[in-house]
Design a protein around this ligand. Structure first.
Ligand code: IMP
Length: 183
């Protein structure tokens, strides 16, 4: 789905498909350099991170494993509830593994702080985070985010995996949702 298919629903396009791919390629190169000689387990957070995971993983020129977790945070609104629940756990035992959490967006960071402490308690060799997008509030997080695609303003965005009420995930670009859609 392109911008034209959701005409009037976006206030602006923040990142085009090309810009997203270029940035993911840069991040993959950086990650490859940092993890030389180490096996990487990419952990994607469903459902928003599906697109980031698929494209980031394919930018690597080496093997990476992938696993998924599903956790609930937002429901169908645009505000973080702060309540985190595991809907689907990892299939992989991460003891002594180098885990790289792949996220679509970090807003308050509540979800991720919870996830990182949950994963850390399982005895991995390391846990790092890679996110395509980060909002300003996330900077107050205690958890350090090693790889960030783009810092964005504090607005509700959709596309490239990010939804509003389960819609817009298949939009190729990332755009700011017009308030009339959710108010
Ligand atoms: P946090 O716990 O506030 O960091 O929220 C993280 C989760 O909320 C993300 O993984 C998204 O699923 C969702 N989220 C946060 N901001 C947005 C947004 O602007 N658009 C769509 N989903 C968002």
């Amino acid at each position: 789905m392109d911008e034209a298919d959701v005409e009037g629903d976006l206030v602006s396009i923040l990142f085009t498909e090309e810009q997203i791919q270029t940035r993911l390629e840069e991040l993959a190169a950086e990650i490859e350099k940092d993890y030389q000689g180490k096996e990487i387990l990419l952990v994607g957070v469903l459902r928003g991170a599906v697109m980031v995971m698929a494209d980031l993983a394919r930018h690597f020129g080496r093997h990476v494993e992938m696993d998924w977790m599903a956790i609930s945070s937002y429901g169908s609104g645009t505000k973080s509830s702060g309540v985190v629940r595991i809907l689907k756990d990892l299939d992989t035992d991460i003891t002594n593994r180098h885990v790289l959490v792949v996220e679509d967006i970090i807003d308050t960071g509540l979800t991720l702080s919870w996830l990182v402490s949950n994963l850390t308690s399982r005895g991995p060799a390391s846990v790092e985070i890679c996110t395509l997008l980060r909002k300003p509030d996330a900077l107050q997080m205690t958890v350090e985010v090693r790889y960030v695609g783009y810092d964005i303003p504090n607005e509700f965005v959709v596309g490239y995996g990010l939804d509003y009420a389960e819609r817009y995930r298949n939009l190729r670009c990332v755009g700011t949702l017009a308030p009339h859609v959710y108010s």
